[in-house]
Design a binder for this molecule. Structure first.
Ligand code: CA
Length: 505
């Protein structure tokens, strides 16, 4: 392969090296640029002389200011950049450049499970929700037995999943921050893929009582739906009670059949994890193109991860459908700024050693690449942490960027998850199909039994972003209809991890 870099925007004074082995010193690129030193794959090279103090540009935006003079062909590393300040939240344009609505796409469908509450599942799962961590091992034990002893008799049911977590007691349950984990767990327990109808296992003495978890929602709290461990006689009896409750549910779930429903019934959660400098060129724009198609087909597409949006917020507030939506986005940014400040950190705490090894110099560069997942549709709605999203179109659902916490919170709404990765992660969730999209073909080849979809050919120019987005859109509809993802094949379900900004007692 000849020495190759990608320049995303004509204004950029940096390019990203594409060659899998990097380029050695002295390599000549097609533009005539000579590499002044060896530069690894996905790292930046200077395309022009950059004087000390001058802006370093990628995606047409400033990702930093040069600490010292940088010569053309030099490797532009993290320590050569001063990070710019985040955009001020007080001076953002509000709904000033709302993209015109694109023509709706008709006729796109998937085969899903209709639920009584109007939602549609992409899987048919028995969910057993828990109010507190104390009962988790007991429920896990019961779930193993349900899988072995009961599930084979109910072939239309895909799985049994214990909705276990670390919350529920030993916390200041009435503190303001407690609303977030409680709301998140309530909505996960009503996820479309479990028919909106959980079996509930409670300990008895915990702070998060079933009535508090479900806000006194009486149908869910009917006595037959709740097993209280402290009411049972010993472990064996308790497990038997959970199995009896599960068997009744399985009989109901087993009668459900997939039926053809419009693509508008999809609620797709987008996330990136283990990003590299290619993520913003290949997988995230491909996901953005697929997101635009999903929006045009009437679906809901959620992007998240506050700390990865914060430095690109000035690109999003003009796209908000209304001033109110823009102000809601600013509200979520401000809340998170204050949350980080209380912990003595700021958004720069986001980047990982892997991000930097993968060529991302700082959170500004990461955010500009991350926001490409949001495509080009108008921003229709902003949801707060753990909220069930009912709006259609493009939605910002506030979450931390932590993969497992973001995924957990998106489960409050989504019936399918798309996860982009550059460094690679075997991440999965038990309640929804997780479509993993790689930023580089080298990763897809190294992990052929973990990566579902390779967006790498965009970097070499073999496939356009638009074509890759179209392919991913088709793949998403197949996955929604039952095509197994690699995470499902290997049963990779990361632990649920509700975001608890409140005090622990
Ligand atoms: Ca993430």
């Amino acid at each position: 392969m000849k020495p190759l870099y990608v320049q995303v925007n004509p204004a950029d004074n940096t390019g990203i090296v594409v060659n899998p082995e990097g380029v050695p010193a002295g390599s000549e690129f097609a533009s005539g640029l000579i590499a002044a030193e060896a530069i690894p794959q996905s790292h930046k090279t200077a395309l022009r002389p950059i004087a000390a103090g001058e802006p370093v540009l990628r995606y047409g935006f400033v990702i930093g200011y040069a600490v010292r003079d940088i010569a053309p062909g030099q490797w532009v590393r993290e320590d050569m950049l001063h990070m710019p300040a985040p955009p001020s939240l007080d001076e953002l344009p509000l709904a000033t450049a709302v993209p015109p609505a694109q023509p709706m796409l008709e006729g796109y469908t998937f085969a899903g499970f209709r639920n009584p509450d109007g939602t549609v599942g992409t899987r048919n799962i028995l969910g057993i929700t828990t109010t507190v961590q104390c009962v988790a091992p007991t429920v896990n034990h019961a779930v193993e037995r349900i899988r072995a002893e009961l599930l084979p008799r109910f072939p239309n049911v895909d799985d049994v999943v214990a909705i276990t977590h670390s919350y529920g007691c030993g916390v200041a349950i009435d503190a303001p921050g407690a609303a977030i984990p409680i709301r998140t767990l309530r909505e996960i327990s009503r996820n479309p893929n479990i028919g909106g109808d959980p079996l509930i296992v409670s300990l008895g003495c915990e702070k998060l009582q079933p009535a508090k978890l479900f806000s006194n929602d009486l149908p869910i709290l009917e006595p037959g739906n709740i097993i209280r461990l402290q009411d049972e006689r010993g472990f064996a009896e308790t497990v038997a009670a959970i199995l009896r409750g599960a068997e009744k549910r399985l009989a109901v779930l087993n009668r459900r059949q997939r039926e053809i429903v419009p693509a508008s019934e999809l609620t797709v959660g987008l996330q990136c994890g283990g990003s590299d400098a290619f993520s913003g060129i290949t997988c995230n724009p491909a996901v953005g193109a697929a997101a635009d198609l999903l929006v045009r087909a009437g679906a809901t597409v959620m992007f998240s991860e506050v700390t990865e949006i914060r430095d690109a917020v000035h690109l999003l507030t003009p796209r908000a459908a209304t001033r109110e939506v823009a102000l809601d986005l600013i509200r979520e940014m401000r809340w998170y700024d204050e949350y980080l400040a209380r912990g003595g950190a700021d958004r720069s705490a986001n980047t990982t050693p892997g991000n930097k090894r993968g060529g991302l110099s700082n959170i500004v560069e990461k955010a500009l690449g991350s926001v490409a997942k949001a495509g080009s549709s108008p921003l229709n709605y902003v949801a707060t942490h753990g909220e069930r999203v009912k709006a259609k179109g493009l939605v910002f659902a506030a979450t931390p960027a932590s993969d497992f916490i973001c995924g957990t919170q998106q489960l409050a709404s989504m019936n399918l998850h798309v996860f982009t990765t550059g460094e690679g992660s075997p991440y999965g969730l038990s309640l929804v199909p997780v479509v993993k999209v790689s930023s580089r073909t080298a990763l897809a080849e190294k992990w052929p039994d973990l990566i579902d979809f390779d967006a790498g050919p965009i970097a070499t120019g073999e496939v356009t972003v638009a074509d890759m987005g179209q392919r991913l859109f088709a793949y998403i509809l197949e996955a929604a209809s039952g095509r197994r993802t690699w995470a499902e094949h290997w049963k990779l379900g990361n632990a649920l991890s509700p975001f608890n900004p409140g005090p622990v007692t």
